[in-house]
Design a protein around this ligand. Structure first.
Ligand SMILES: [Zn+2]
Length: 128
């Protein structure tokens, strides 16, 4: 390994934080929580353009935080390492944010969402 190509710890951490810094990305991580989550579910909650969501998810993938799996016409995301949740909850705690406020994003079913997990039915591929 070439030491000159390695980044300093502070550069690595800065780069990592750069990938997750936007509030929508933090919300996405809290939405996914411990469950595999359909992109359409994330779309329902965020209510922003799919192109913007793809950009956020790509950034989270670059940070190594999420992995993706396709099943039929659905694309699912899950956290690679749930320790990021511990970190986010610790930050929230230090800011005086209640745990229930942090957990509200992962509640399912989400009203009006028709993803396979919110509206399971015979025509959907169920994942649980
Ligand atoms: Zn849903």
């Amino acid at each position: 390994m070439n030491i000159y190509l390695r980044e300093n710890p502070h550069d690595q951490i800065s780069k990592f934080l750069g990938y997750i810094q936007q509030s929508a990305r933090i919300k996405i991580l809290l939405i996914i929580d411990q469950s595999e989550t359909c992109v359409c579910h994330i779309e329902s909650i965020l209510g922003i353009r799919q192109a913007a969501i793809s950009q956020h998810l790509m950034s989270l993938r670059k940070a190594g935080l999420v992995t993706t799996r396709r099943q039929g016409r659905h694309i699912y995301y899950r956290l690679n390492n749930p320790e990021i949740l511990v970190l986010l909850f610790q930050i929230g705690h230090s800011l005086g944010i209640s745990e229930s406020a942090m957990k509200q994003y992962s509640l399912r079913p989400y009203p009006g969402c028709s993803c396979p997990q919110c509206k399971p039915g015979p025509e959907h591929d169920q994942v649980c």
